[in-house]
Design a protein around this ligand. Sequence first.
Ligand SMILES: Nc1ncnc2c1ncn2[C@@H]1O[C@H](COP(=O)(O)OP(=O)(O)OP(=O)(O)O)[C@@H](O)[C@H]1O
Length: 550
Amino acid sequence: MTNLVTDVASTVDKNPEATAIAYDGQELSYEAFWSRTGKFAAGLDAAGIDPGDRVGIYLPNLPQYVVAFHGALRAGAVVVPMNPQYKSREIGHLLSDSGAELVVTLADLVPVVESVREETAVETVVSVGGDADGSIAFEEFLGESEPSVVERADDDVACQPYTSGTTGQPKGVLLTHRNLASNARMAADLAPDGTGVGDRSIGVLPLFHIYGMTVTMNAALFSGAAYYPLPEWDAQTALSLIENEELTIMQGVPAMFNDLVNQPNADEFDLSTLRFVNSGGSSLPIEVLRRFEERFGFPLYEGYGLTETSPVTHFNMPDARRVGSIGHTLDGVDAMIVDTDFEPVERVSEGPVDEGETDLDAITGELVVAGPNVMKGYHDRPAANEEVFTEQDGQRWFHTGDIGYWDEDDFFYIVDREKHMIVTGGYNVYPREVEELLFEHPDVADAAVVGIPDERRGETVKAFVVPASAASGGSSGEGTESDGVPTPDADVTEDEIREFCLERLAEYKHPREVAFVDELPRTTTGKVQKFELRGHEDGATGEESEEVAE
Ligand SMILES: Nc1ncnc2c1ncn2[C@@H]1O[C@H](COP(=O)(O)OP(=O)(O)OP(=O)(O)O)[C@@H](O)[C@H]1O
């Protein structure tokens, strides 16, 4: 049996006194955590939640999230994680699509649930952080008894996170007990000598997203480490927490590492206890990695995955890392780069290739993966399921929608998401290549590239740039260097950025348009909301757009 609940139960048996969750100066031992999950499961039972029923968790990263998540699994229910930034329209879709009968949320968010309740199957609302009309307070909801773990088959659904819907309505991803358990185990193995008792892991990644859920929370609880949730990302809070609590593990998204690099006082914190730091969720610009490692003096590893793969499929292991690559496939996972006929694309001898000098169409294809962490399918979406799976030689291959290549040393490289590709005047441009270059400019702190409509070329490449002077909160005129940290040039112009790219890229790839912005619109999981940037072009806002923000 491959089951996260029984795995965590055995960790509890082995380390009852170790800290499971630490938050706001309070610690919950494994024994106390487990007891609370039992009480939450008893509360579900009393509320009429049966195995297989959906339970929504609409909370920021808090200890109650962790208890509700594992308590629901213990009761055999299916967790539907929901972004606490979502408003009525988005929550209404998730609740009605999933059929959730119970929701755990912040007292402040109860009115959001109430506003859509009629169109959903929600019968019970449990509130955290105060009382709210129409809800039961979390502590009151907890039952007295501690039911044993409800048996579930490996292939039963355990969790139903939603995609962020960058290409339409968010889809529910059916992750089984096997999916959750196998990826928590794989993720726990990534750190040198594995994650274990004594490790302290910072929970800056949102728990409603699979990356924070599996790689931080579940990997920690699977292995006896302590999990330190933070309800929202703030670089200064994270730096203080790492120093004060002597944290050992950090998982983040590239935007967080970029943010840390741009903190003027980052060197004042002692981060020497961190032994394993890794990035995932979106591509890590090589320049951000370089700046991070130079500034902090320890390696930043990169992994890759999707919600549909629970998530990790590839990782640059500490003993086998190649910068610019997403690494090797994890043990037990299979991956290929295939062409449109599902034939494997020939590998390059050694990556990464110089994308400017290479005919990318000749070496790239779609990344497909198979293994115990690949989802059962999308909830109620037969057409989407048809599209994303290919059965071949007894394997069920999942199409990631990412364009990449592989090399003879088994390293994989992501060029970009297929749907982000810009077609300009008949040429294909992968935004990531242009973004990587923009990060090399000393006065660029953050950058994103999109295609905007153009009558003549179909699309034109446009760059949105956060100047370094804006990110560091000050300007200094001429770019200079002080204490090893470059001081940004506040007078950098759009023309200079355009010229910089034109000198280094084929003419058709360079951004014909450059716009300076104070910050990029990002999802809570750090992805740039490219539809928002494209929306700026025709005056539409993200809300008016067809697409739903994460
Ligand atoms: N290391 C990485 N390098 C490049 N891209 C990455 C990396 N890690 C994740 N990604 C990107 O993130 C995608 C998975 O993101 P996720 O599962 O969070 O979906 P989403 O973007 O939130 O939602 P949707 O599928 O609706 O767009 C991958 O397909 C890939 O494009």
